[in-house]
Design a protein around this ligand. Structure first.
Ligand code: ADE
Length: 253
């Protein structure tokens, strides 16, 4: 079983409309739809916006549905000057940019005892790039694909100063509000995950208007990648897949 999470209605509806639904339930205020998508068992959830909602949703999905891998699909604001709305990002890493312990001499985004960046599962990242190629190869107006860091925080960014800071401080390609919380939760549960995003805006002064205008259109791009990624991700992704840290045999017996 794969866990698929999106923050907003638009981000989950396209998958839901193509599922054979077997069950629906609400847990911790999150609607979860279970069933099959192209023959693959999935649990699909709409987390709501922001890092707290993403964390609650992800942990609930892991505890109740025992997914072997998780995919977060959403929209983001692009941070580089030449980016276009509709372009796609596959996160190699995610970071909570608003984790701020600089008062204790730490770097922005850094937490004691943890890596500053959370790495997405390399096998799923590779499968997501393959899914992108399958979706868009030979298509005339295909979006661009970029792999790199996605910076998450509880703020809709629409100013040049913040977007430059995110780009320079974290070498981030895009910003959104859930991916790092989702990824961090998957990592603590020792489960493979990947985050895919399409750009609804470029996080500058017109971002909120661009977001509203583009949301529906760019969600189609994420869906086109998901259509191919879900069957690919369902194939075994190595020894970590389907096992929790607590399931590992202990050395001491
Ligand atoms: N999601 C999409 N665009 C965003 C932006 N500009 N800031 C935060 N989250 C976003």
């Amino acid at each position: 079983m794969l866990g698929i999470i999106g923050a907003m209605d638009e981000e989950v509806q396209l998958v839901r409309s193509e599922m054979t639904i077997t069950d629906e339930a609400t847990h911790a205020g999150v609607l979860v739809t279970c069933g099959t998508f192209k023959g693959v068992d999935i649990a699909l959830a709409q987390s709501g916006i922001g890092k707290v909602n993403a964390t609650i949703c992800t942990q609930m999905m892991i505890d109740r549905y025992q997914p072997t891998a998780l995919i977060f699909s959403g929209v983001a604001g692009g941070l580089l000057p030449n980016m276009q709305t509709g372009d796609m990002i596959i996160a190699s890493h995610v970071i909570q940019y608003d984790m701020d312990l600089t008062a204790f001499g730490r770097r922005h985004g850094e937490m004691p005892g943890r890596d500053r960046l959370t790495e997405c599962d390399p096998v799923l990242v590779e499968k997501a790039t393959r899914a992108f190629d399958l979706a868009f190869e030979g298509v005339d107006d295909a979006p661009n694909l970029m792999l790199g860091t996605v910076a998450s925080g509880d703020r809709f960014v629409q100013d040049t100063q913040t977007l430059r800071w995110l780009q320079r401080e974290f070498a981030a390609l895009a910003t959104e509000m859930e991916g790092a919380a989702f990824g961090y939760t998957c990592t603590l549960n020792d489960l493979p995950f990947v985050v895919i995003q399409s750009l609804s805006d470029t996080a500058g002064e017109s971002a909120s208007g661009d977001f509203t205008d583009n949301l529906h259109r760019v969600c189609q791009h994420s869906y086109q990648v998901l259509e191919h990624l879900i069957p690919l991700a369902n194939e075994s992704t190595g020894p970590k897949q389907g096992r929790r840290a607590s399931d590992q045999p202990s050395d001491t017996g």
